[in-house]
Structure formats: structure tokens, C-alpha cells
Design a protein around this ligand. Structure first.
Ligand code: ZN
Length: 361
């Protein structure tokens, strides 16, 4: 069977890559809109971008919350609709980058309603988009995906036009991340790599990237928690996160992501943690040689790895919530690419196992 690989984003990777590539950035336009959150003022990201764009018109939206709601997108567009923006910069973790993708589409196609982002037949253009990640986890800088919150649920859209034009990836912005954010984003990247590896959409190309990513996270996430300012460890995790993003750009994510969204939107559990807790179940239930191979990379079980980094969830989950979430997840598109079949009962089983193993409320 023929296989394909598409990742049309130009990626420039390395330390001080924003300052060293001023011309690359500046040549994309005159008017820039930076979409970011609060942390880019602390980790040096915003300062580098402003420095690189000196002399250009730069507008800043720095109020992106975690798990941004869809309604935020038209609000940002109306704030800047008269500014003749040429280029959108998503600077931060997944939330600013995913918001930037949506803004890039709506500013280019002002006739669209925000809900129409979810109908990829309605548009095929977006403003030029630059992504600059400041966490090592989401991989959004090399994917076409944007996940926003719609009516209290996480909902993703994707379109070939929402691949960033340019991604500037510098691990130095991650050095100031605290332990909790390092763990949750590192586990998100691990989920992308593992889910992509066992996905029914995996290809020989994505597999190479996925395995390299998994091994780097296995080896360096525990180390970086011991020595958070170690630049080599931080660089390895950033590398792994970008590889894992390239993987899901091919395969998309699987049932662990779909289940994890329930914990994030209803209980406020960080996305990476909320997803990672479902991986051991997913790997066991997959019953494929690739899933076994992944378990073998972790000495037989991911549980041991999770113990070393102290993964626990401090939330209460009721039986009613489990049924509701299993119902929600039973229609998720992720199930199509997940090995093993997941009916309502199987999803309940996965949710119960996570409650039994990880919840200490
Ligand atoms: Zn994710």
C-alpha cells in the first residue's frame, strides 16, 4: 500500500533561533499579531520576538487562557480586523498556538462563522502563521490541528492551510518551566508519540519519528525533573516533542486523547496528565505487537515509569461521570484510528481503571 508523509512547515530548530533568524521572520510581512499568554513575558519568548521584529508593526494579544474557548477567536479577530495583519505569531504552549491557527483562518476568511472552522470544506486559506513553542509537549508547531473548547467540550479542527508557515523551536524558553508544567507537557508529547506509533494510521515514516521521540522522553523526562536547568535534557525533550508533533500530523491521536479531554474540561486536569493516565489501558487493550514493543521499552509497563515521576490525580470521579464521559467518548473520531474496539462498556472499563489506579481524592 502506498504511504504518504506531509509536514509542509519550515522548521528552524536550535538555541536563540528567533534572534538568529530575524530576516526570515521580518520578510513575511509588515504587520504582525502575536497571540500569547502570560508566561512568554517571563520565559524570554516575547522579548526575543519584539527584538527580532524591531521596526515592524507588532500587535499583541497576551490574554490567551489555558483551554481557550472558541468564542475567544472572533473576539480577537474583531479587535484586530482593521489592523491589516499579514502574519499571526502563536507564541507559547498549545493554547496560544491553537488559538493563532483559528485566528489565522478567520482573519483571512472574514465571511466565516467561528463554528465553520470545523467544516474544512468551507475554507482553504489562512494568514501566514509562525509558531514558537515555549513548552515541550504540544507539538502544535508542526501540526495542522487546533483544539479549542466548544460548549464545554474539547473539539479539534484541522486543515492543510493551518500548518504553520514557519516554526522557530528553541528549548531555552522551557528552562523556566516548573515541575508540574514540565511533567504535564512532557507526558503530552509521550502520548503523541505512543498513540501515533500504535495508531492504525501509522506509517513507516511516522514510526521512525515516534520511536526516537518515545526513547528521548523515557530517558530525559525523569532526568530533567532532577536537574531542571540542564540545557541538554531540556533540548532532548523539545526535540522529542517536535518529533511527536510530526507523528500526529500523520496519524492524529487516539482513544487516550479522547478520554483525557473529559478529565480536562470537567475536572481541570492538565491535558498531558489527563491523557497519559489512559495509555497503560490503551496499550494493553490494543493487543498488537507494536503496543507490546512500547511496553517493552518501559520494562514491561508504563506504570513503573509513571511511578518514577510521581503521576497521581487529585480528583474525585463518580459513577455517573464515568457513564457520561464514556457516552461522550463513544462517538469520538479518535476511535477509528485506535487499535482494539471500544464500545461503551470498554470505555467505562478504561475510566474505572484510571480512577482506581491514579485517583487519590
Ligand atoms: Zn495532546
Amino acid at each position: 500500500m502506498p504511504v504518504s508523509f506531509l509536514m509542509p512547515t519550515k522548521v528552524v530548530y536550535g538555541k536563540d533561533v528567533v534572534l538568529k533568524n530575524r530576516e526570515l521572520l521580518r520578510n513575511l510581512g509588515e504587520n504582525f499579531l502575536v497571540i500569547t499568554g502570560k508566561s512568554s513575558r517571563k520565559n524570554g519568548g516575547l522579548e526575543d520576538v519584539m527584538d527580532a521584529l524591531e521596526g515592524r508593526h507588532v500587535h499583541i494579544f497576551d490574554q490567551t487562557p489555558e483551554n481557550p474557548p472558541l468564542e475567544l477567536v472572533p473576539q480577537i479577530c474583531s479587535m484586530f480586523s482593521n489592523s491589516e495583519i499579514d502574519v499571526i505569531i502563536g507564541l507559547g504552549g498549545g493554547s496560544p498556538m491553537d488559538t493563532a491557527k483559528a485566528v489565522a483562518v478567520l482573519l483571512m476568511n472574514p465571511q466565516l462563522d467561528a463554528q465553520e472552522l470545523y467544516d474544512p470544506t468551507k475554507y482553504d486559506t489562512a494568514k501566514k502563521l509562525i509558531c514558537i513553542p515555549t513548552t515541550a509537549g504540544t507539538g502544535s508547531e508542526v501540526t495542522q490541528f487546533s483544539v479549542l473548547t466548544v460548549d464545554g467540550k474539547k473539539k479539534g479542527f484541522s486543515n492543510q492551510c493551518t500548518f504553520p508557515t514557519l516554526s522557530l523551536v528553541d528549548y531555552k524558553y522551557t528552562i523556566t518551566m516548573g515541575r508540574e508544567l514540565t511533567v504535564s507537557t512532557g507526558l503530552d508529547a509521550l502520548c503523541h508519540a505512543i498513540e501515533g506509533y500504535i495508531s492504525l494510521n501509522a506509517t513507516p515514516f511516522s514510526d521512525v519519528l515516534a520511536l526516537e521521540s518515545i526513547k528521548n522522553i523515557r530517558d530525559f523526562l525523569p532526568k530533567v525533573l532532577e536537574d531542571p536547568e540542564n540545557e541538554y535534557y531540556r533540548e532532548r525533550l523539545m526535540f522529542a516533542s517536535t518529533l511527536a508533533g510530526m507523528v500526529i500530523a500523520q496519524t492524529s491521536t487516539t482513544v487516550a486523547h479522547a478520554l483525557g479531554y473529559n478529565l480536562t474540561t470537567n475536572k481541570g486536569v492538565k491535558h498531558g496528565l489527563a491523557t497519559a493516565v489512559f495509555l497503560p489501558f490503551e496499550l494493553r487493550h490494543a493487543q498488537t505487537s507494536k503496543a507490546n514493543e512500547v511496553n517493552a521499552l518501559f520494562d514491561g509497563s508504563l506504570y513503573r515509569f509513571y511511578d518514577t515521576i510521581g503521576l497521581r490525580l487529585s480528583v474525585d470521579i463518580s459513577d455517573e461521570e464515568i457513564s457520561k464521559w464514556a457516552q461522550n467518548t463513544s462517538t469520538a473520531s479518535h476511535l477509528k484510528s485506535t487499535p482494539g474496539s471500544y464500545n461503551f462498556d470498554k470505555l467505562v472499563e478504561a475510566l474505572r481503571e484510571v480512577r482506581d489506579v491514579f485517583c487519590e481524592a
